[in-house]
Design a protein around this ligand. Structure first.
Ligand SMILES: O=C(O)COP(=O)(O)O
Ligand SMILES: [Mg+2]
Length: 221
């Protein structure tokens, strides 16, 4: 076991960019929503840097790039509905599990550690994705970006998880790919572990100074 797990009694995982490489399907849905509005698709490489603050912000960034300026609220609402519709129909055609993710979750669960999923993705997409990869049995609690009134980098979802399992935040670990995961973890009083292979707005996640980094989740266990 990785030394950061010493004294840890609960592990919270981020989803996009940490457990699953979901950008290929997110980009298809975002581009389809733009195309429906007669706007230029932005492509996977750009979507890669826009993921992390939930689907509404993703579409706000995509619209801003396509229009060359901030969208009005009505257009953003339409684009977001389009995205939710497309992604809901095809959330998992090209999405892949990262190497080591399945083994890490299984090994932590086998140790009896409660596992939580804390993503900024809309909660409706969590179950279909976890089921597609056969991971739905591992998480005792899953929170999406719309589950509470605040999402990462706000510490609220992590504090909710710690309280739910009655574990002190100092005995909890947040594992994620972005500065929002590390900021939320730090603000909640969790230990933080980063993976460098995910989505972090084009910046190394090490700049957020997590307590530890693993190249692959396999290193955790
Ligand atoms: O949907 C997003 O923006 C990111 O989701 P994540 O919190 O699982 O990385
Ligand atoms: Mg992420």
């Amino acid at each position: 076991m990785h030394p950061i797990l010493n004294d840890i009694r609960l592990v919270a995982f981020d989803l996009d960019g940490t457990l699953i490489d979901s950008v290929p399907d997110l980009a298809v849905a975002a581009d389809a929503a733009l195309a429906e509005l007669g706007l230029t698709p932005q492509g996977e490489a750009r979507v890669h840097d826009w993921v992390g603050n939930g689907s509404l912000t993703l579409m706000a960034r995509a619209l801003e790039a396509a229009l060359g300026g901030a969208p009005d609220e009505a257009l953003l609402a339409r684009a977001h509905r389009g995205f939710l519709d497309h992604y809901g129909r095809v959330p998992c055609a090209r999405t892949r599990l990262y190497p080591g993710a399945r083994e890490a979750l299984a090994a932590l669960a086998a140790r009896g550690l409660p596992l939580a999923l804390v993503t900024n993705k809309p909660s409706a997409f969590i179950a279909p994705l976890l089921e597609a990869f056969g991971l739905d049995g591992h998480f005792a609690l899953c929170l999406g970006g719309d589950s509470l009134t605040a999402k990462k980098p706000d510490p609220a979802p992590l504090l909710h998880v710690a309280a739910h399992f009655d574990v002190s935040p100092s005995a909890c670990l947040m594992v994620g790919d972005s500065r929002h995961d590390i900021a939320a973890g730090r603000a909640a009083g969790f230990r933080t572990l980063a993976v460098p292979y995910g989505y972090n707005h084009g910046e190394p996640v090490a700049l957020s100074r997590p307590d530890g980094t693993v190249e692959s989740l396999a290193e955790l266990v």
